[in-house]
Design a protein around this ligand. Structure first.
Ligand code: ZN
Length: 114
């Protein structure tokens, strides 16, 4: 989870241990530092991955050559599959961005109410 403190600073919150229902991360090991992004990437990978590259381009318009591992979204509704390097950069520099989760129904259940 990401929140802003009263001064507008981004604060990332997470749990140190994965939930019992989460599959283990592919690179789960004692020497691997815990990372929410790695956990999110492991969930995507456990579902078969997405099989294409990061959707971020550099300032010259060249596509990032890294494999996309997580999906990010922002409060404006934009979404992108990105590599972990760009996910980290975006989450730190874009206050409105968050890791998009494909579990559950999101707000669709509320929007579909009669
Ligand atoms: Zn990338």
């Amino acid at each position: 989870m990401k929140v802003l403190d009263p001064d507008g600073n981004t604060v990332l919150l997470g749990q140190r241990e994965p939930s019992a229902s989460q599959p283990p991360a592919a690179d789960d090991g004692a020497t691997v530092r815990f990372s929410l992004l790695r956990e999110a990437a492991a969930l995507v990978s456990a579902r078969g991955g997405i099989g294409h590259q990061c959707q971020v381009r550099d300032r010259q318009g060249r596509p990032c050559p890294n494999r996309a591992e997580v999906k990010l979204a922002d409060s404006m509704g934009d979404r992108a599959w990105v590599c972990l390097v760009h996910a980290d950069e975006i989450l730190v520099t874009v206050p409105e961005a968050f890791i998009a989760c494909e579990d559950g129904q999101g707000i669709a259940a509320f929007l579909s109410r009669p």
